[in-house]
Write a protein that binds this ligand. Sequence first.
Ligand SMILES: CC(C)(COP(=O)(O)OP(=O)(O)OC[C@H]1O[C@@H](n2cnc3c(N)ncnc32)[C@H](O)[C@@H]1OP(=O)(O)O)[C@@H](O)C(=O)NCCC(=O)NCCS
Length: 200
Amino acid sequence: MRSMIPERLELHLADGTAVVARPLSPADRDYVAEGYRLLSPEARYQRFWVRDGAVIGDAMLDRLLTDQLPEHAIWTVFDPTREGFPGLGAASFWRSKTDPLDAEFSVTVMDADQGKGVATLLLAILWLAAYRCGIQSFTGYSMPENASALHWMRDTGAAGEWDGYNLVFRWSLEDLDAIPETAAGADLAERLAELAPAFL
Ligand SMILES: CC(C)(COP(=O)(O)OP(=O)(O)OC[C@H]1O[C@@H](n2cnc3c(N)ncnc32)[C@H](O)[C@@H]1OP(=O)(O)O)[C@@H](O)C(=O)NCCC(=O)NCCS
């Protein structure tokens, strides 16, 4: 399965920045730890649901980097010309143990790189990788006060519902017609068309 999934993609953001997307592996512990450290406490809380400090734990690193396709994938987008930490963001999915047609999706973009299409690019990459593995839907969780995530999930075609605790969003990976004609939706549809030949 893995041999059908690309290992490096050279792409451009809408503002013309040349970026590279690649899967993360167990060799990337320092990279992930540094990205985690550099996130704002707010972004860290929104993605990892913890408020206690800038050091990622070993158990979380193991969880993020150890499992492999077709159960799990994690990709980053980075700017190879950037001084210091090159990462712009990362996203992952885990296939559900109870429903193998569904996977939990999550994404984090560095604070200064938000609003440039990085999350949408990562969603398109993981969408295609997951679809290639027989996954038909992504489920994402968000706290109700996370307005930017709520807008973005909705604008990329996820249907949301309140489960009494969090907002639960679901993207249907098979139904491209469900992607709305929003700016983020159009961006997602373009990325899926651009990248599909490399994955499918
Ligand atoms: C939610 C989150 C992932 C979005 O990431 P992002 O990279 O900013 O997302 P995008 O840039 O792809 O899209 C965000 C918005 O920017 C807009 N945008 C994208 N490229 C753009 C461009 N070139 N010019 C203007 N606007 C642009 C999109 O249309 C989208 O608008 P919308 O939110 O009104 O739909 C990010 O805010 C984040 O990491 N938050 C912290 C962690 C978190 O909450 N994760 C989600 C729960 S798992």
